[in-house]
Design a protein around this ligand. Structure first.
Ligand code: HAM
Length: 414
């Protein structure tokens, strides 16, 4: 027997109400903040992710689903959503639209991660990107949007972690200080020994027991900001205060992707901390240029839908049921079957959700099925009803029934 691949999951009908609930909240929040939907392909040129996410990140080094297509081109299943949106922004000349351009997506993301609760090899992200404006007011608006999104879902006890990791002007001094600090510790994990040379920022989010305790006393990026970055950060904090978004400064927060500049943030369940982050994002002012465009700032965030649902369930939340089938038409005999088929088609054309029973079940078994399906109404057609041009309508909850003319049924059901 085949099974779904490790780290992937079927989203079965009984789970769907949670997904519809989250999707509805996404519709609501994106409309409120003026974001338009974009859908990009599931796979892209591998170079796009190497260039943007960064050669020495875990995602690029260990987690990408990369393959050569039959034409010999290296392709990668999207391991994150920001780079494809920036690629689309450039490809479709969106720099000529009024800036910032505000786009959102809901899409499957693929990472060869170690599967565990809330961590999958295919997961879904809702992400939003605001491209073409560097004002810290936009950082505050994006963070506010993320925060209000979780609030609109009813997610409680979240904490917002905030940091600034500077820009290409001030980052080098910070990286030098980080290198100095970590070089003094001999027992780094093997990955971190390599990171120390190639990408020292990544040491701060290493989860290994050898390295994690060191992050607490490491130099803080916020202490190395150039005047422009410091001003940006100060204004962001002020704007967040103006709109009452509570945040915690976290100088260890660097995020796992290389394209970030200045603002980085994460939203975590209060009790569990960084391992179960439900959303995160930040500014990426150099990314569009890195992908071949003219210098264009951007900021965005993304959140994993499975993690949202996991947290909603932990809180004891039950998603509202989505309505199922309304009418099942039961019948006795061949003539009645034909009437049932025609009637089901007619009801559906008038907008009433209906199905005719199928197969060779007895009338009793057909009604049992209506019960099991939780269908509120059954329509019964027997030989007598066929002759008289009537049907019997049964209210399944009270087991009350009435006989009426076939032609009157759609109106009566409505
Ligand atoms: P990220 O933090 O890598 O950011 O992923 C965003 C969210 O996706 C995480 O907070 C988490 O909820 C969810 N997630 C990540 N990996 C998994 C996984 N293996 N299984 C389940 N859920 C997962 C980004 O991808 C950036 N593109 C966010 C961004 C947008 N930055 C700027 N704009």
């Amino acid at each position: 027997m085949f099974q779904a691949a490790r780290g992937t999951a079927d989203i079965l009908p009984e789970e769907q109400p949670y997904w519809r609930y989250v999707e509805k909240a996404i519709d609501g929040i994106t409309r409120l903040y003026g974001y338009q939907r974009v859908d990009t392909p599931v796979f892209e040129d591998t170079g796009l992710f190497r260039r943007s996410v960064g050669e020495y990140t875990d995602i690029v080094q260990k987690e990408m689903y990369t393959f050569d297509d039959l034409g010999g081109k290296s392709m990668t299943l999207r391991p994150e959503g920001t780079a494809p949106v920036c690629r689309a922004y450039l490809e479709h000349g969106m720099q000529n639209l009024p800036q910032p351009v505000k786009l959102y997506y809901v899409s499957p993301i693929f990472r060869y991660d170690r599967p565990q609760a809330g961590r999958y090899r295919q997961h879904y992200q809702f992400g939003a990107e605001a491209i073409g404006e560097g004002d810290p007011a936009l950082d505050a608006e994006v963070i506010d949007m993320a925060w209000q999104f979780y609030k609109s879902l009813g997610l409680a006890k979240l904490s917002l972690q905030l940091n600034s990791i500077g820009c290409k002007v001030c980052r080098p001094q910070y990286l030098a200080a980080l290198k100095d600090y970590y070089a003094g510790h001999a027992n780094l994990c093997n990955d971190c020994k390599a990171r120390l040379e190639k990408n020292p920022l990544r040491l701060l989010d290493c989860k290994q027991s050898t390295c994690q305790p060191l992050a607490g006393s490491a130099p803080a990026s916020a202490d190395f900001l150039c005047p422009a970055c410091a001003e940006h950060f100060t204004r962001l904090k002020k704007y967040l205060g103006l709109i009452n978004i509570p945040f915690t400064l976290n100088h260890r927060l660097v995020r796992g992707l290389d394209y970030y500049t200045r603002t980085v943030f994460e939203i975590q369940p209060e009790e569990e901390g960084g391992q179960s982050t439900i959303g995160g994002g930040g500014r990426y002012d150099d990314l569009i240029e890195e992908l071949g465009g003219k210098p264009t700032p951007g900021i965005g965030f993304a959140t994993g839908i499975e993690r949202i649902i996991l947290n909603l369930k932990k809180q004891g939340f039950t998603a509202p049921e989505t309505p199922g089938l309304r009418v099942l038409i039961a019948f006795m005999g061949e003539k009645a079957r034909e009437e049932a088929i025609k009637l089901a088609a007619r009801l559906r054309l008038s907008g009433i959700s209906a199905a005719a029973a199928a197969g060779e079940k007895s009338l009793k078994a057909q009604l049992r099925q209506a019960n099991a399906l939780n269908v509120p109404y059954a329509v019964i057609i027997g030989e007598d009803e066929v002759k008289a041009g009537t049907v019997t309508l049964r209210d399944m909850s009270g087991a009350r029934q009435e006989t009426l003319a076939l032609a009157d049924l759609p109106e009566r059901l409505k």
